[in-house]
Design a protein around this ligand. Structure first.
Ligand SMILES: [Zn+2]
Length: 247
C-alpha cells in the first residue's frame, strides 16, 4: 500500500486521538463516583430493612402493651369491686369476710406483678424507639451523602462528555484528511491489536511493540520509498517513519 508521508504522519495523530478516546471511555465506565453511589445505595437498603424490622417489632410491642394494660385494668376493677363489697358492710359472715380480704390481697399482688410486666414492655418499647430514631437519622445522613455523590457523578459525566465530544470533533477533522484505504487498514489493525493500529518508528524501535528492529530491517526501511506504507515485522502494525526514527 502507498500513502503520502504526510498522511502516514497524520495517522499517528489519529492513533493518539483514538487512544485518548479509549482512555476517556475507560474513565467514564470506571468513575469512582459510580462505585460510591452503589455502595451508599446498598447501605440505604440495609437501613431501610432495619427500619422495617424495628417497626414490626414496635407494632408487636404495642399489642403486647395493650394486652398487659388491659390485664392490669381487669385485676384492678375486680379488687375495687371486692373492696366496695367489703366497705358496704353487706358481708356479715366472718368466713366471707376473710375470703374477700384474702382475694383482695392476692389481687393487689397480681396487679403489682402485671404492672411490672407493663413497665418492662415500656422499657423495651423505648429501646426499640431509640433504635428506630438512630436508623432514621443514619438513613437521612446516608441519603444526603448519596445525593451529593450522585451530583458529583453527574458533574464528572458531563465533564467527560464534553471532553470526549471535543476529541471526537478533532478526530473527524483528521479522518477527513486521510485516504480511505489507509484508514481502513488502520481501523482493521487497531481492532486486532489492542487498540493500536499505527506506531512511530522511534530511534530504531517500533513504538507499537516496543521492540528494536534488526539492522537488516532498518536498512530495508532506509531504501523503501517514502510513500510505501511499512509494517512492523514483529507486531504487524503500520510503522510510520518520523524525523526521530534514527534512520
Ligand atoms: Zn511492532
Amino acid at each position: 500500500m502507498k500513502a503520502e508521508p504526510e498522511h502516514q504522519l497524520r495517522l499517528l495523530d489519529l492513533q493518539e486521538i483514538d487512544s485518548t478516546l479509549d482512555r476517556l471511555q475507560h474513565r467514564s465506565r470506571n468513575l469512582p463516583e459510580t462505585a460510591e453511589v452503589a455502595q451508599l445505595d446498598a447501605r440505604l437498603g440495609e437501613l431501610q430493612s432495619s427500619v422495617t424490622e424495628v417497626e414490626t417489632e414496635l407494632a408487636d410491642i404495642a399489642r403486647e402493651q395493650r394486652k398487659a394494660e388491659s390485664d392490669v385494668e381487669q385485676v384492678r376493677n375486680r379488687a375495687q369491686r371486692d373492696q366496695q363489697r367489703l366497705d358496704s358492710a353487706q358481708v356479715s359472715s366472718h368466713k366471707e369476710l376473710e375470703s374477700l380480704q384474702s382475694e383482695i390481697a392476692s389481687l393487689n399482688e397480681r396487679q403489682s406483678e402485671l404492672e411490672e410486666i407493663v413497665l418492662e414492655i415500656m422499657e423495651r418499647r423505648e429501646a426499640a424507639e431509640n433504635r428506630r430514631a438512630r436508623f432514621n437519622e443514619e438513613l437521612e445522613s446516608v441519603s444526603a451523602q448519596r445525593d451529593e455523590a450522585e451530583e458529583r457523578r453527574s458533574a464528572a459525566v458531563v465533564d467527560l462528555d464534553t471532553e470526549q465530544q471535543s476529541v471526537r470533533d478533532r478526530r473527524a477533522r483528521v479522518v477527513a484528511e486521510l485516504p480511505e484505504d489507509l484508514l481502513a487498514l488502520y481501523t482493521k489493525l487497531r481492532e486486532s491489536y489492542a487498540g493500536i493500529g499505527a506506531a512511530a518508528l522511534q530511534y530504531g524501535r517500533c513504538q507499537g511493540c516496543k521492540l528494536a528492529l534488526s539492522t537488516a530491517e532498518l536498512s530495508e526501511i532506509r531504501t523503501a520509498a517514502p510513500d510505501e506504507v511499512l509494517r512492523c515485522e514483529e507486531c504487524r502494525r503500520i510503522l510510520v517513519r518520523t524525523t526521530e526514527s534514527g534512520l
